[in-house]
Write a protein that binds this ligand. Sequence first.
Ligand code: TYM
Length: 331
Amino acid sequence: MEKKIIFSGIQPSGKLTLGNYLGAVRNWNNLQEEYNCFYCIVDMHAMTQYQEPKDLRKQTMEALAMLLACGLDPDKNTLFIQSHVPAHAEAAWVMSCMTYFGELSRMTQFKDKSAKQSENINAGLFTYPVLMAVDILLYQTHLVPVGSDQKQHIELTRDVAERFNNRYSETFVIPEPYIAKVGAKIMSLQEPEKKMSKSDENENANIYLLDPPEVIRKKFKRAVTDSIGIVQIADDQPGIRNLISIYSVCKNMTEEEVAKAFEGKGYGDFKSAVAEAVIEVLSPVQEKFHALMSDKEYLEKVYQEGALKAENVARKTLRKIYKKVGFIPRS
Ligand code: TYM
């Protein structure tokens, strides 16, 4: 039986965070045997915020090295860079004619980001979800493993794909989101009602995957909690709840098991234990990352081979899309 298809993407728009890792990339590792997986570094999406060209180049290479360091095997997965496969940009035009202004206006990520970058509310920021839909649909994807912040975009992808299928006949597989039960929304360490995000200006809010152990310890020590003083799962303790989630994913325990293990312990002890659990998970990743970054030739080989594999699949779907909408094939 043919393996089902997985697609997911990550923006090279800054330093990757613990949220990216626990919410997404870590789960990708567990899927590589059972599924045919495509993972894309979405440099075109990153452009919706201004990026210094040299930084974008660097961050794209770093994101690739990070995916490999996190354990993705390029022989089992297709790892590629979005701008290397032009079918994404080409199909995005057609699908943008299939997506309504009203639908895009309802996207919460668009609303959040346009509030944050009010001086640069560009058209790409608005049509971003169309490009994301195309990323997914070009590969006839069954499952999209993401953090919960991407759920609304996947719902839109499904709506647009169904609209196309109904209008022109069956063309796309309708994808499902695949969201882990724990870790799907890691929160800021400083404002635990907000998700941890690469674009947060407060460095203490984020754990970056490349933070050295002493920085990780310091950030957890400063993490905002509450005055209740009990390690338990409670809605009025969002800071502690977040630390419980982080610890539970790092240690492969349920949140209830974590709360039980720290019953009667103070926040200071708990925070140190969370920091050590994160350091234990990130240390080997960091070591591999640094080794990979010094092997540029290998990284180039990975993205070149990835682009060829991705292109083959994406081209086929693009040809189908063009034919269905009535474009005349050139030959
Ligand atoms: P991006 O680059 O913001 O994030 C990459 C992945 O990390 C997850 N994530 C989190 N998970 C848990 N807690 C957090 N605090 C946290 N922050 C980020 C995201 O949910 C995501 O899974 N639009 C996407 C990229 C994209 C994409 C795609 C994803 C482009 N095309 C097609 C899937 C399929 C984005 O901006 O992710």
